[in-house]
Design a protein around this ligand. Sequence first.
Ligand code: PD2
Ligand code: ZN
Length: 285
Amino acid sequence: MAAPVQTVTEDLRRWIVAQAESGCRPEDVIAAMRASGWAADVAAAALEQTLERHLAQRGAARPAIVKPAAPGPAADAATTQRLSDGCEVRILARLQLPRVVVFGGLLAEAECRQLVELARPRLSRSETVDNSTGGSEVNAARTSDGMFFTRGEHPLIATLEQRIAELLRWPVDHGEGLQILRYRPGAEYRPHYDYFDPKHPGTMRVLERGGQRVGTLVLYLDTPESGGATTFPDAGFEVAAQRGNAVFFGYDRPDPSSRTLHGGAPVVAGEKWVATKWLRERVFT
Ligand code: PD2
Ligand code: ZN
């Protein structure tokens, strides 16, 4: 007599995926299916098909990032881009030298507020990397308060990191943890370069964790009443700090010829909050 046909139901597929995701070995999944009456060949085929389908669906939901030579949107990127998490980002302005792109609508208002509230209790007077030692110190050129999130430390942080990676076509693991800064009236960040100066002795140690910085994204989390623009003095260009918007600039060499000298102009009234994402050449550890 022919063996009855065994149908692989959606419930069974869900169970197979759950077993695999909890670390169960394939042979143990098949053994469990055989113990509940499944023929060995049907169990093996169901396992293979289910996991292949699951991996393909997961891959489709999160587009693989093909890393270009430098971070940033493609030169021919559409003015409005819908990212895979549904965020609709607009390109508001572009410069060629320095390589700058201004984005509108990269963060929703609720996301900005939540980031500020997550950061607020952890703020302290900002430090900058001391190029001669590789350590950090309080710096008069930067009068904001700040803190760092570690990569992926909160679901919102993970969502934003994924969004930034897709927009700038640069893998999440090449990014430093998000830095949050608060500027009160009078606070500023005097013009500087974000790359590590190759001439300074401390730079070698800093580069061990992922190589040079190759790009910066400053995201505006709150709009000051007056002042606080991000300035590019060599280009005579400035970007108004507007909640939800962001400015990206890329530097393919750690040299002033990148024209990426930039600063945060003093806040005149109200508070300015930003998140900064620095991108490295390689995996940042
Ligand atoms: O807050 C800014 O506008 C700003 C300006 C310059 C931030 C940074 N640099 C930075 O975080 O590197
Ligand atoms: Zn900077």
